[in-house]
Write a protein that binds this ligand. Structure first.
Ligand SMILES: Nc1ncnc2c1ncn2[C@@H]1O[C@H](COP(=O)(O)OP(=O)(O)OP(=O)(O)O)[C@@H](O)[C@H]1O
Ligand SMILES: [Mg+2]
Length: 319
């Protein structure tokens, strides 16, 4: 596994405010890394350091193997940054805007026209090529901004809250676009405070609060490590109470609930064991004569996890 972003004890203070405190994280190449945290958590600060717009107070960070302190030029070649606001550009057409940034990346004039055409097609703004930038809608500006981050074909895209202020349809379109970028081989780091917004598209998540990283890793591992127990839902055609008796008291079973009014009728089993313990429960049910039509772990969503771990940290817990 190639690591494309690594930070080690990254710390940044603004006067007396410690915005980032010894942040250490890794992002593997090809990942969509959701960087999640409430307002003021330190997301933008981290992203600005990774894009060389801000220096750390202490600690280190590398992008594609290049130090953000010692080799800023190489870092800038490897990364495209979409900030959380769109600057003001008086009377500039959409294509001129991209041409301006292409020039600043020293892309030869002869290549620019096709590049701009391709990027506008990718973000579905081909029909706005000659429109005034400031007259674009917010969603269009976000897409144009995304096209800009890709002008030098960077391996890593760092997007600071790209979905904020977009309507539901524009969010879906953004998600599709990010999927496409991933299939083009890009690694994407994306921040948000709305977890459900990221849930479907991230392969990895990092959760940050008050400058500290609370958890980081692939989505499944994080979910597993945070779940003190899992809930299994069993749909039954046979008697619920009988089935509940078969598993109640079995190893690793914490509780059994009957849900006769649910459609279809079901029981829920709280389990604190591994997959072997879970398999054992299903065997018990079948051998006991229960007619099982569905047996599956309940997936708790990112929102649940986020609330749980930020709540823990508020009470002084660590993870
Ligand atoms: N230029 C600055 N001067 C002083 N303090 C700053 C500056 N930029 C950020 N901070 C402080 O650093 C902390 C982290 O801010 P940061 O912008 O990184 O958070 P964030 O996670 O991006 O928040 P949001 O979700 O609101 O965008 C906050 O306490 C903020 O007040
Ligand atoms: Mg921010």
């Amino acid at each position: 596994m190639t690591i494309i972003v690594e930070t080690k004890d990254l710390t940044r203070s603004y006067g007396n405010t410690v915005a980032l405190s010894r942040l250490s994280l890794q992002i593997p190449q090809g990942a969509v890394y959701g960087f999640i945290g409430p307002n003021g958590a330190g997301k933008t600060t981290t992203m600005r350091i990774l894009t060389t717009l801000l220096l750390p107070s202490s600690g280190e960070a590398w992008v594609a193997g290049h130090s953000v302190v010692g080799d800023r030029k190489a870092v800038r070649r490897a990364v495209g940054f979409m900030p959380d606001f769109f600057g003001v550009y008086d009377s500039m057409k959409t294509w001129e805007y991209l041409d301006f940034f292409a020039a600043s990346y020293e892309i030869p004039v002869a290549r620019r026209s096709k590049l701009i055409h391709d990027l506008l097609a990718l973000v579905d703004l081909g029909h706005k090529r000659d429109a005034d930038v400031m007259g674009l809608s917010r969603g269009m500006k976000q897409r144009l901004s995304l096209a800009r981050t890709m002008i030098h074909d960077p391996a890593l895209l760092i997007l600071d809250e790209p979905a904020s202020g977009l309507d539901p349809r524009a969010r879906v379109e953004l998600r599709e676009l990010l999927k496409e970028l991933r299939s083009m081989g890009k690694t994407i780091m994306i921040s948000s405070h709305i977890l459900t917004e990221l849930a479907e598209m991230c392969t990895h998540i990092g959760i940050i609060e008050r400058g500290s990283l609370l958890a980081s890793g692939d989505v499944a591992t994080i979910m597993r490590s945070l779940q003190s127990h899992r809930v299994f839902v069993v749909h039954l055609l046979s008697d619920l109470a009988q089935a509940a008796d078969m598993v109640r008291g079995a190893p690793h079973v914490l509780a059994v609930r009957l849900l006769p009014a649910a459609a279809p009728p079901q029981i829920e089993i709280d389990v604190d064991g591994d997959d072997h313990a879970v398999g054992e429960l299903l065997t018990r049910l079948i051998q006991g004569g229960a007619v099982v039509t569905h047996f599956a772990g309940q997936v708790s969503n990112l929102e649940d996890i986020f609330m749980r771990i930020t709540e823990d940290s508020a009470y002084g817990g660590t993870s």
